[in-house]
Design a binder for this molecule. Structure first.
Ligand SMILES: *[C@@H]1O[C@H](CO)[C@@H](O)[C@H](O)[C@H]1NC(C)=O
Ligand SMILES: *[C@@H]1O[C@H](CO)[C@@H](O)[C@H](O)[C@H]1NC(C)=O
Ligand SMILES: *[C@@H]1O[C@H](CO)[C@@H](O)[C@H](O)[C@H]1NC(C)=O
Ligand SMILES: *[C@@H]1O[C@H](CO)[C@@H](O)[C@H](O)[C@H]1NC(C)=O
Ligand SMILES: *[C@@H]1O[C@H](CO)[C@@H](O)[C@H](O)[C@H]1NC(C)=O
Ligand SMILES: *[C@@H]1O[C@H](CO)[C@@H](O)[C@H](O)[C@H]1NC(C)=O
Ligand SMILES: *[C@@H]1O[C@H](CO)[C@@H](O)[C@H](O)[C@H]1NC(C)=O
Ligand SMILES: [Ca+2]
Ligand SMILES: [Ca+2]
Length: 566
């Protein structure tokens, strides 16, 4: 349009002055010798422009230059503050365009000239490059460059944002970039910390969104500019990527992803939780994961051992639950951040998988899954039992199983041969009974764990009792089931020769056991138990028990029992 308008105005000038002049009055000549490919806006009257220029006479001699003053020329087009010829010749220009405007004297300093510098009737040549253009009616011009897939929340007033930006002037000269500092720009919105144009422009943005802003100087750095980079009256252009967003009033937010059924118990403050996590920022970038450490993260909750967002977010979880906990910086690592990984004021997103938890006060939890109809006797301490088991972690990982062996597992209950929780959980069972027991680590393998059992792990055992061999009280090798025979030595001395060697003793004991009158300590070779019993009676170790020896031993035992009673 600029061309045709100029020609048109030249024609009009010709007509208007047709009778008063010897020839057509010369108009401004415009030579747009360098025009950018992209021109989104052209200068029109009323616009405010910034440009650099060199001014010469037609012979090329320079009489003025904006460069000499160090700042570009700033003016409103059409308000008469620049030469009428330039005012006219600049119309239609784009930013970064270069024009040579040749101004005839009557549109410059006329027949008067200007002081010593411009002689009368000088034609002047202005070589200028347009740097900036805006209008007081402008608003921030916003263009969405990239929209994220999911946007659950967008910036509102009083939010705190972290963003990356590239800032440039309208002619493309970069003036600042957060990328150069490798850290985000962090600001409260609506609080006057940011230039007006951004304070407004960031509203409604989502994390991951990229916007381009063109901001006129009166909504940016105004007539003062900023530092060396941003000149006075500069329009600024920002590409902004929103990285992070929260409100200082935010609490944690919890999104439950998966709750296993049944959930019989939920964690409370004071529990000790083992969990896996993936830690990311709001934009999805990962900063840490427990899986990389090959172990769960373990902590007491509700007691201030972990960042408060986590302390809170881990309460009320079920074993096996998966949840996402999003925590604002004031409930995470705050304005300081942490190490290289967590920047200042970062919102953190943790995807959590709860493996197990327990309370230091927990005891063994028993759940009988099958009880046979006939249950004449149950397993007790000192009994020798056989059982099948599957031992898993609470997430189902199988650790051990008796199926790996050809025979069932066996144990003398109370014998300190298995973890305390299992010893306890195996008591009170009928043969054929099945139960599931849950053992907290303090009754299991403790904080250190053992082998494939992780430290502080809660264990689940599936148990099936195969057999019970009743035992004898602690410290005993043999007990009488009926009454103790009165004349014991006579009974022992089967051939009545007043002495009892090992063979005779052994034969007697075995007969008692066979007849159901007595019981040997189970879980050991009977011969060796009988051998020990014999040694206890054969006081002088000559291989024979006499009546006196037996009497002495009986008296001692009675005395010992009396002492123990007292
Ligand atoms: C003005 O002159 C200087 C020095 O010759 C040159 O660098 C600059 O590009 C010129 N500016 C314009 C707008 O012609
Ligand atoms: C967006 O949300 C949907 C539904 O919540 C989810 O399935 C999808 O994975 C999300 N996409 C991204 C890129 O986060
Ligand atoms: C800023 O510029 C850098 C370098 O050109 C580029 O990688 C980055 O994507 C730009 N950022 C935005 C928000 O446009
Ligand atoms: C985790 O285990 C993998 C595979 O066993 C191993 O390559 C890696 O080095 C381990 N990482 C740590 C931190 O122990
Ligand atoms: C963590 O990420 C890994 C790999 O993407 C995934 O297999 C695992 O399930 C994630 N864990 C949680 C708790 O989300
Ligand atoms: C259980 O006791 C009943 C009655 O005393 C008896 O008949 C039955 O044989 C016993 N069963 C077993 C398995 O010991
Ligand atoms: C152990 O697991 C196997 C396979 O699931 C099952 O057949 C068996 O009954 C389980 N053992 C016990 C004692 O529950
Ligand atoms: Ca004898
Ligand atoms: Ca003896």
């Amino acid at each position: 349009m600029s061309r045709s308008r100029l020609i048109l105005s030249a024609v009009l000038a010709l007509w208007a002055c047709g009778s008063c002049s010897p020839g057509p009055v010369e108009d401004v000549r415009v030579d747009p010798y360098s025009r950018p490919k992209r021109c989104i806006r052209e200068v029109k009257r009323g616009d405010l422009v910034r440009y650099h220029y060199n001014a010469t006479f037609t012979d090329g001699k320079q009489f003025d230059s904006s460069y000499d003053r160090g700042t570009a020329f700033f003016v409103k087009v059409g308000d008469g503050r620049q030469l009428a010829g330039v005012d006219k010749g600049i119309v239609g220009m784009c930013v970064s365009e270069r024009r040579k405007i040749t101004v005839p004297p009557h549109l410059a300093y006329g027949s008067q000239g200007a002081g010593d510098t411009i002689p009368a009737d000088s034609t002047l040549v202005f070589d200028l490059v347009l740097l900036d253009i805006f209008n007081m009616a402008d608003r921030v011009k916003t263009q969405v460059i990239k929209t994220p897939q999911n946007c659950t929340r967008s910036v509102t007033r009083t939010d705190f944002v972290r963003f990356h930006f590239n800032g440039s002037l309208l002619d493309g000269t970069p003036f600042d970039s957060s990328y150069d500092r490798s850290q985000t720009q962090d600001n409260l919105i609506g609080d006057g910390w940011l230039i007006k144009g951004l304070d407004e422009g960031l509203l409604g943005m989502c994390v991951g969104e990229i916007r381009n802003f063109v901001i006129p100087p009166f909504l940016a750095f105004g007539e003062k500019g900023y530092g060396k980079e941003i000149p006075p009256h500069a329009t600024v252009v920002y590409d902004i990527l929103l990285v992070d967003l929260h409100n200082p009033k935010d609490d944690i937010s919890v999104e439950v992803r998966e709750i296993p059924e049944p959930c019989t118990r939920k964690s409370i403050a004071g529990d000790y939780v083992r969990y896996h996590y993936n830690g990311t920022f709001l934009d999805g970038a990962a900063f840490d994961s427990s899986y990389e450490h090959n172990s769960t993260y373990n902590t007491y909750i509700g007691l201030g051992y972990v960042i408060s967002g986590m302390d809170k977010g881990l309460q009320g979880v079920c074993m096996g639950e998966r949840r996402r906990i999003t925590m604002p910086p004031h409930l995470a690592y705050g304005q300081e951040g942490a190490g290289k990984e967590i920047p200042a004021s970062a919102v953190l997103v943790f995807d959590i998988h709860v493996i197990d938890f327990h309370n230091p006060k927990d005891s063994v939890q028993v759940d009988v899954t099958f009880r046979p109809e006939v249950c004449n006797e149950t397993s007790q301490v000192n009994d020798y039992i056989q059982y099948h088991y599957n031992c898993t972690l609470m997430d189902g990982t199988l650790l051990f199983t008796s199926r790996d062996y050809s025979v069932p597992q066996d144990v003398l209950l109370g014998g300190d041969k298995v973890i305390d929780g299992l010893d306890e959980g195996l008591r009170g069972m009928c043969v054929g009974e099945r139960r599931t027991i849950v053992i907290p680590p303090h009754l299991g393998h403790g904080e250190k764990g053992a082998g494939s059992v992780p430290g502080s792990a809660v264990l689940r055992f599936e148990l099936e009792l195969v057999s019970i061999q009743k035992g004898v009280p602690e410290g005993y090798l043999f007990v009488w089931l009926d009454e103790t025979p009165g004349a014991i030595f006579n009974a022992l001395d089967i051939n009545q020769d007043k002495e009892v060697p090992l063979e005779e003793f052994s034969e007697f004991i075995k007969r008692q056991v066979a007849e159901g009158k007595g019981r040997l300590k189970p879980a050991r070779d009977p011969e060796s138990v009988i051998g020990d019993m014999f040694k206890n009676q054969d006081r002088n170790g000559d291989g024979r028990i006499t009546a006196d020896e037996l009497k002495l031993k009986a008296e001692e035992d009675a005395e010992k029992a009396l002492h123990e009673e007292l």
